[in-house]
Design a protein around this ligand. Structure first.
Ligand SMILES: [Zn+2]
Length: 297
């Protein structure tokens, strides 16, 4: 089995026929590693845009791909076919964060019309490296950049130009070699031929706004008294505002409160959050979670 580290450079251009901006791929860069993570081959191809005559100044500065260089590139479909031939058989494809995959999907649908990137198994290298860094004590909530990760792991980058596709792939290869853990690495490999993979990638989580939604677990609408723990009685209808359902409750002990619940639908789950706040006498305006006493969170 080989490993392919793929890195794309794209420029945001206005696509007239769809009347919107699109992240058009203008360079495909990759390195191929053997099972011991030794680099055995590299690939780089620049693409001639079919929808714009020039690149943006920002893109040219970041990538070194000038309009002149872009215009000398290959047609997009030929470039992808050349890449597909180069990757060979039996390999895992990696990119630094899965944003490259969104761009690939968009380009396949809008610009490639039939030609597809050959990706069979996939691993998000950023996710893997960030997790390894976390296990060694580095905490970062935001997604870490490739250059930061290289610095943290003391990868020598003096002669590397970040934001050129091939050099980024080379840095990624060094990071992988340094951090590799067989078990945790293999656990992150996804099967791209499984239709679920792209469904999951496309899925945007959202807040459920109707209690009749089949994903609403009705047992979450029952609230117990925060004072005496007895089951409370709902004394108002359910209202929905700002992603939360709420209703007033009373208890036989005399306690009155507002029960609040939200349901967030993700690809795999429904994430339920509940809390208890002040009994609402008037219709709430500018209601915030700060007035609520957290419960069940
Ligand atoms: Zn009570």
């Amino acid at each position: 089995m080989n490993y392919i580290i793929l890195d794309l450079e794209w420029d945001s251009v206005f696509y007239k026929s769809e009347k919107r901006f699109i992240n058009q791929i203008l360079q495909i860069g990759a390195v191929k590693l053997n099972e011991k993570f030794k680099i055995i081959d590299t690939f780089e191809v620049t693409i001639k845009s079919e929808i714009s005559k020039k690149v943006t100044g920002r893109f040219a500065r970041l990538t070194g791909i000038t309009t002149e260089k872009m215009l000398l590139g290959k047609p997009f479909d030929e470039a992808v076919l050349a890449y597909n031939e180069w990757v060979g058989e039996d390999f895992v494809t990696m990119t630094w964060s899965n944003s490259d995959l969104y761009t690939i999907m968009e380009n396949e649908e809008s610009l490639l019309k039939g030609v597809k990137f050959k990706i069979e198994k996939y691993l998000d290298l950023q996710k893997f490296i960030q997790n390894e860094l976390k296990l060694s004590g580095y905490e970062e909530k935001n997604q870490i950049s490739l250059s930061n990760a290289a610095e943290l792991l003391s990868i020598k980058t003096d002669d590397i130009d970040f934001h050129t596709a091939k050099d980024d792939s080379l840095v990624s290869a060094h990071l992988l070699k340094k951090c590799y853990n067989k078990q945790r690495f293999e656990a992150l490999i996804k099967d791209v031929s499984d239709p679920e993979f792209f469904k999951r990638l496309r899925f945007k989580s959202y807040a459920i706004s109707k209690l009749s939604d089949p994903d609403v677990d009705k047992s979450q609408l029952i609230f117990n008294c925060p004072e005496c723990s007895k089951k409370a009685k709902r004394v108002s209808g359910w209202k929905y505002s700002n992603r939360w359902f709420w209703a007033n409750f009373t208890c036989s002990c005399g306690k009155r409160f507002c029960g609040r619940v939200s349901f967030k639908k993700t690809f795999d789950d429904v994430i339920v959050r509940r809390n208890i706040g002040e009994f609402k006498i008037k219709k709430p305006k500018n209601e915030t979670a700060q007035t609520a006493v957290g419960i069940g969170e």
